[in-house]
Design a protein around this ligand. Structure first.
Ligand code: IMP
Length: 426
């Protein structure tokens, strides 16, 4: 059976959680394929908010096996807190499966993330300080500890001992920090976390392939987004993994031929947290209005998000990078009160016009957006349940975006609730 990928097309926070949850209904397995608890997916079910960081959105359906794939970096302490939260809300968490090959985030990763950001000063990335980058760096340097190491305390302690010697030397000598105690870490990870997670750890590649072979539907859930991708994003202002659809193959352990549907999630405007170029950024009252109406504060870190107009140049690039088959447009209702809405259709710099993303980062930093201005709809869309409920200017806005990006918009979100979306039939 084929697999579907859900991927963010901007700088994250597009509302992937809600749409993954929506698509998940028809799935058997939902696999997170990269990132860690830098993600924050909010899903509202019957008025109740679920803020998920590590657990795949599919957990909220009884028939789904949620899987943390090998491409994810896992802080088991955070995972346990999240499982506790879900248990308290009556969600059955025993179905969760965690890849033994996923890498662990350890306390030194978080320390290094924090001190590195401090050292970078005005050049900092604006990371979530969750240890994501340092954990992936250790994975690439082949000194990472993996989830499967929790199952073998002797190996865990040995590896920790070796790696912590180096990390402590760096923390003490470069950053003037106190060393971390290996015994304390081992106790927390092996004595507290391991017993609770042990039964969930296993061979998720086998699990995914058994499901595919049995004709089941698999959803591959991305975190962060296309322009935070380590290879394709606005480097160095990116995360340390590959959120693009190609990353789903690596991070879940399947070949590309299984994927036949790639849904790109795009907000009806653009937001970004952390530093980095943002051509359509608004520094005026419209930007503030988008923050207020859109509730644009990080689910995870509480940081105020930067806001700007929809950027079709970025989306065209996201279509290419991910082979998007369709787009789900989120938060259209946030634009309800505006007299006019703008869409960036190209960039300009020194007389040159760019319809596609300039490859050189310096160009990206200095371009001026070329806008088309469309009439606003000045109507509350939050109760619309069908396409026919949308006023003409809102339909025109959606049609204009489709024309600009060259991919159909199949779903439109008009509020945070599970039911607040409209189907745009093929
Ligand atoms: P890191 O992933 O914590 O290393 O942060 C790197 C960059 O990615 C920073 O600009 C973060 O703000 C951004 N980032 C990481 N995760 C998310 C997310 O889930 N949504 C939006 N931005 C994110």
């Amino acid at each position: 059976m084929p697999a579907t990928v859900v991927v963010g097309t901007q700088w994250g926070d597009e509302g992937k959680g809600k749409f993954t949850d929506l698509v998940a209904k028809e799935m058997h397995l939902v696999v997170r394929y990269q990132g860690g608890h830098n993600a924050g997916h909010t899903i509202v079910v019957d008025g109740e908010h679920f803020a998920l960081q590590l657990v795949p959105s599919g957990i909220l359906y009884d028939h789904i096996v949620p899987v943390i794939g090998n491409g994810v970096v896992v802080d088991p302490r955070v995972l346990l807190a999240e499982l506790d939260m879900l248990d308290r809300k009556g969600v059955d968490t025993s179905r969760l499966r965690i890849s033994g090959n996923a890498h662990l985030i350890l306390p030194y990763h978080q320390e290094i993330d924090k001190v590195t950001e401090r050292r970078l000063g005005k050049n900092k990335i604006g990371t979530t300080k969750r240890g994501i980058g340092p954990a992936y760096a250790d994975k690439a340097s082949r000194v990472g500890l993996r989830v499967q190491d929790l199952l073998d305390p002797k190996i865990f302690r040995e590896k920790l001992e070796v790696v912590l010697k180096e990390k402590n030397a760096i923390l003490a000598k470069v950053y003037n920090q106190l060393p971390l105690d290996p015994a304390g870490i081992a106790e927390e990870y092996l004595d507290v976390c391991r017993p609770r997670l042990e039964s969930m750890i296993g061979d998720t590649v086998g699990l995914v392939h058994d499901a595919l072979d049995a004709g089941q539907h698999v959803l591959l859930e991305g975190a962060q987004a296309t322009f935070l991708d380590l290879d394709h994003g606005t480097y160095p202002y990116v995360t340390s993994s590959n959120p693009v659809a190609g990353g789903a193959c690596v991070g879940a352990g399947i070949g590309p031929r299984y994927i036949d549907r790639v849904i790109g999630i795009a907000k009806a405007y653009v937001t970004r947290v952390g530093a980095g170029p943002f051509p359509t950024e608004l520094h005026d009252e419209t930007g503030d209005l988008l923050v207020d109406r859109g509730g644009e504060f990080g689910t995870n870190t509480g940081r105020r998000r930067r806001t700007g107009w929809f950027d079709a140049v970025m989306l065209r690039h996201a279509v290419r990078l991910n082979s998007l088959s369709e787009v789900a447009l989120t938060k259209l209702d946030v634009l309800d009160t505006l007299d006019t809405v703008k869409v960036c259709v190209a960039y300009e710099l020194e007389g040159e016009r760019y319809r596609h993303l300039p490859y050189h980062q310096s160009v990206m930093h200095h371009v001026t957006p070329v806008y088309e201005e469309l009439p606003g709809w000045k109507r509350d869309l939050s109760s619309a349940t069908e396409r026919t409920h949308l006023p003409k200017p809102a339909l025109a806005y959606i049609a204009f975006l489709e024309e600009q990006i060259g991919v159909p918009i199949r779903l439109v979100g008009v509020g945070p609730g599970r039911e607040q979306f409209l189907h745009f039939a093929a």
